[in-house]
Design a protein around this ligand. Structure first.
Ligand SMILES: [Zn+2]
Length: 269
C-alpha cells in the first residue's frame, strides 16, 4: 500500500493537485483563482514573464492562504535548466517569495530538512518532481525543475540520490507537465534521449514522465511509491503551457514542505 495519496483540492477559488504523506505535502496549482489578465490568466505565479508584479504577488498570497503555507515561508530559486542543487533551511525562508532579487541564483533543485520551509519550482511544461526521504530528524525533501536539458543531465536522479544519502527514500511525485502526447522533438534530440533512456522515444515524441520515473527508480525510490500524475500541461487548458501558448504564458509554482512546523515552533521536534 502506498504511503502517499494524491487528489484535487479546492479553496478560495483556487484549485490544485495535492500529494502528500510521511509528514510532507506538495501542491501543484492550476491556472484557476488568480488576478492576472490574459495571457497570464489567472493564477500566474511567475515574476519574470512580463505580468504585472502586483497581480503575481496577490496570486502568491492567495495560494499561500489557500494551502496554509504563507508566502513568507517559500523559497523560490532562479532557474537556469541546470543540475545545481541547493539545500535551504530556516535562514532562507522567504527568499525569492516576493521579489526577483533575493532568489536563490542559478538553481533548479532545492532540498530541505527544515519544517515549514516551502520549496518552490517554477514551470509551464517542464517537469516538477518532489522526492521525500526519511531523515534522521524527520523527512527530507527535494523539489526539482527538469526541462529536457535537466532530464538528460540527470537532475532528478541527482536530487533523489542526495536525499538517499540522508535516509531511506520513501516516495516521489512527477507533477503536471508536457506529456508524450505533445512533447515532440527533432531527430538529433530524439536520438540523445534514446541513448540516455532507451525506449522513451516513440516517433518524434519523448516521454519525459518515464525519464523522470526511471531516474527516481535508479536512485532507489520504491517503484510503488512513485506517483506520475499524467496530466499534460499542453493538452489540458487548466494549466499554463509554454509550447501551446508559444512562449507567452504564466508559470505555475510547485510547492513542497514539511508539515510539522507547528510542532517545531513549540519546541517539540
Ligand atoms: Zn499532451
Amino acid at each position: 500500500m502506498s504511503g502517499f495519496t494524491c487528489g484535487w483540492r479546492v479553496d478560495g477559488g483556487l484549485r490544485w493537485l495535492w500529494w502528500g504523506g510521511a509528514g510532507v505535502e506538495a501542491v501543484f496549482p492550476t491556472r484557476e483563482g488568480g488576478l492576472s489578465a490574459d495571457p497570464y490568466a489567472s493564477l500566474n505565479l511567475g515574476l519574470a514573464v512580463g505580468d504585472d508584479p502586483a497581480a503575481v504577488l496577490e496570486n502568491r498570497r492567495r495560494l499561500g492562504a489557500a494551502t496554509g503555507l504563507d508566502v513568507g515561508r517559500w523559497v523560490v530559486p532562479s532557474q537556469v535548466h541546470g543540475t545545481h542543487l541547493v539545500e535551504v533551511g530556516e535562514a532562507e525562508a522567504g527568499r525569492g517569495a516576493r521579489d526577483l532579487t533575493s532568489t536563490i541564483a542559478e538553481t533548479d533543485g532545492l532540498l530541505t530538512a527544515a519544517p515549514g520551509v516551502g520549496l518552490a519550482v517554477s514551470h509551464a511544461d517542464c517537469v516538477p518532481v518532489v522526492t521525500v526521504a526519511a531523515g534522521a530528524a524527520g523527512p527530507v525533501i527535494a523539489a526539482v525543475h527538469a526541462g529536457w536539458r535537466g532530464m538528460l543531465d540527470g537532475i532528478v536522479e541527482e536530487a533523489a540520490a542526495a536525499l538517499g544519502r540522508r535516509g531511506r527514500l520513501l516516495g516521489a511525485v512527477v507533477g503536471p507537465s508536457i506529456g508524450p502526447c505533445c512533447f515532440t522533438v527533432d531527430d538529433a534530440l530524439r536520438r540523445r534521449f534514446d541513448a540516455r533512456f532507451p525506449g522513451v522515444a516513440t516517433g518524434a515524441a519523448v516521454d519525459l514522465w518515464e525519464c523522470a520515473a526511471r531516474q527516481l527508480r535508479a536512485a532507489g525510490v520504491p517503484a510503488g511509491e512513485i506517483t506520475v500524475t499524467r496530466l499534460c500541461t499542453s493538452c489540458d487548458g487548466r494549466f499554463f503551457s509554454h509550447r501551446r501558448e508559444r512562449g507567452v504564458t504564466g508559470r505555475h509554482l510547485t510547492l513542497a514542505w514539511r508539515t510539522d512546523r507547528a510542532a517545531a515552533a513549540n519546541g517539540e521536534s
